[in-house]
Design a protein around this ligand. Structure first.
Ligand SMILES: CC(=[NH2+])C(=O)[O-]
Length: 137
């Protein structure tokens, strides 16, 4: 649990399963993560036709990248979920899969359908920003 960042909700806006903003106190380190892609270690896209499994894999890859920074999903302050589809149900499938991985941490997010993503057969990608307490110097 990251006790420094706060997620902000609003009773005056639609009730959603994500917060409307996150507040990062000054003095924290911000981590801008590369888009998490459903790639195996050989750089091949896993589960080429499956939005749910690609979304799951993206979260696993995001967790791995965060771990390299001594961070976890609880430190994430913003995500953007990109889904290569013109079909809303595909976006919802990816969103619900990713959202469930975040549990109580209802990080502010944007969900977008895009025409195509960077790797052949890639359907899902997650961008994330995280905030960590500064390492003591
Ligand atoms: C985050 C989300 N579900 C949306 O629609 O932007």
């Amino acid at each position: 649990m990251n006790n420094k960042i706060s997620l902000i909700h609003s009773a005056d806006l639609a009730q959603t399963d994500y917060a409307y903003a996150s507040r990062v106190p000054s003095g924290m380190d911000l981590l801008y993560l590369a888009g998490a892609c459903p790639l195996n270690k050989d750089g091949k896209i896993l589960n080429p036709n499956d939005y749910e499994l690609q979304a799951e894999t993206c979260v696993e890859k995001l967790k791995t990248a965060l771990k390299e920074c001594n961070a976890s999903l609880d430190d994430v302050v913003y995500t953007r979920v990109l889904v290569a589809s013109q079909n809303r149900t595909d976006l919802v499938t990816a969103w619900e899969t990713i959202r469930s991985e975040f549990g109580n941490h209802d990080v502010p997010s944007t969900l977008s359908g895009v025409t195509v993503l960077g790797y052949s057969n890639q359907l899902v990608e997650i961008e994330a920003v995280a905030a960590l307490e500064k390492l003591s110097q």
